[in-house]
Design a protein around this ligand. Structure first.
Ligand SMILES: *[C@@H]1O[C@H](CO)[C@@H](O)[C@H](O)[C@H]1NC(C)=O
Ligand SMILES: *[C@@H]1O[C@H](CO)[C@@H](O)[C@H](O)[C@H]1NC(C)=O
Ligand SMILES: *[C@@H]1O[C@H](CO)[C@@H](O)[C@H](O)[C@H]1NC(C)=O
Ligand SMILES: *[C@@H]1O[C@H](CO)[C@@H](O)[C@H](O)[C@H]1NC(C)=O
Length: 182
C-alpha cells in the first residue's frame, strides 16, 4: 500500500504541469514544458531588453544569457517572477580625451540599476589611467579585475572629485601652516 502511494506521488510529480509567469500572470504551462523564461537583468544596467517577455518554456533562439534568462519550472510556483530591484542611483561616466590624454567625467550623471540586495557602487579612473587600464563605459558598478587604474566608491554620484574637495585638499596644509604661525 505504502509503495503504491509513493508510486502515485512520483508519477504525479513527473506528469505535473509547471507554472510560469506569462506576462504578469502566474499561469500553468502546457504538458512537457520544464522551463520558464524572462528578461535578463544585468546588475547596474537593468533589464537588457524590455521586449523579452515572461513566458512558459525556454528562451527564444540564441537569446539565453544575452537578453533572456531561464529557470527550472515547478508545479507550485513560477520561477521566473520579476526580480525585486533596489532604488536607482547615479554615477558619472568617464571618457578618454585623446588630446588631453586623460579621462574627463561627463557633465551629467547616468542612472544605474540594481537588484534589491546590491549595494551602490560607482567607479572612476585613477591618476594616469589609460584606455587599457580603465575600461568602464558607464561609471556604474565595481571595477573589473583587469582594470588596474580603477577605483570605486559607494555613494550616489560619488565618482567625481569635486573642485570643492580639491580646493579643500590644497588649502588644508596652508591652513595648518597659518594656524601654526599664530
Ligand atoms: C579634450 O582636451 C582638450 C585639451 O585639454 C580640450 O580643449 C577639449 O575640449 C577636450 N575635448 C573634449 C571632447 O572634452
Ligand atoms: C545636463 O543636464 C542639463 C540639465 O538637465 C541639460 O540642460 C544639459 O543639456 C545636460 N548636458 C548633457 C551633456 O547631457
Ligand atoms: C603619473 O604620471 C606622471 C608622469 O608620467 C608621473 O610623474 C606620476 O608619478 C604618475 N602618478 C601616479 C600616481 O602614478
Ligand atoms: C562589488 O564590490 C563589493 C566590494 O568588494 C562587493 O561586496 C560586492 O558584492 C560587489 N558587487 C557586485 C554586484 O559584484
Amino acid at each position: 500500500m505504502k509503495w503504491l502511494i509513493v508510486l502515485a506521488v512520483v508519477s504525479f510529480a513527473a506528469g505535473a504541469k509547471i507554472k510560469c509567469m506569462v506576462g504578469t500572470k502566474e499561469t500553468e504551462c502546457a504538458d512537457g514544458i520544464t522551463k520558464c523564461s524572462g528578461p535578463l537583468f544585468k546588475e547596474y544596467t537593468g533589464i537588457v531588453d524590455a521586449k523579452v517577455t515572461y513566458a512558459c518554456n525556454k528562451c527564444a533562439g540564441e537569446t539565453k544569457g544575452k537578453t533572456c534568462e531561464e529557470c527550472t519550472g515547478s508545479a507550485t510556483a513560477a520561477c521566473n517572477k520579476a526580480k525585486e530591484v533596489g532604488v536607482d542611483f547615479s554615477c558619472y561616466k568617464y571618457s578618454y580625451n585623446d588630446t588631453a590624454k586623460a579621462f574627463a567625467a561627463a557633465a551629467n550623471a547616468t542612472v544605474c540599476k540594481r537588484l534589491k540586495a546590491t549595494a551602490i557602487s560607482c567607479n572612476m579612473p585613477k591618476v594616469n589611467a589609460t584606455k587599457t587600464t580603465y575600461t568602464s563605459t558607464s561609471g556604474c558598478g565595481n571595477c573589473t579585475k583587469s582594470d588596474t587604474h580603477c577605483e570605486t566608491c559607494t555613494k550616489d554620484k560619488c565618482n567625481k572629485k569635486s573642485s570643492a574637495i580639491r580646493v579643500a585638499v590644497l588649502l588644508a596644509p596652508l591652513l595648518a601652516v597659518f594656524f601654526n604661525l599664530l
